[in-house]
Design a protein around this ligand. Sequence first.
Ligand SMILES: [Zn+2]
Length: 109
Amino acid sequence: MKRIFSSHDLISVHHARNLLDAAGIPAVVRNELLSSAMGELPPVECQAELWVVDAGDAARAERILREGRGPQAAQGPGWRCTGCGETLEAQFTQCWRCGATRGAEGVSG
Ligand SMILES: [Zn+2]
């Protein structure tokens, strides 16, 4: 087990967990209940935490969160790159793998 992310914002912690889930990385949310008790405890004590079950997944998980987390996250269904077939989160406008721009369907060549 390794903690890779913590936040007072339970929604963003769950979103992060969903990203890892989509990537096939087992992860659990801790302190979920504590975070709802904010005001009763010092803030640092009641952050919700995201832990990867296998510490060996931590580096990959952190990369996924860096790329996938943010205010624009989860704006809709993902999309598939027409250049390389990579599946991307909705907030990305460009494929991280091959650099193709979203919405370039039919513009091949
Ligand atoms: Zn691509």
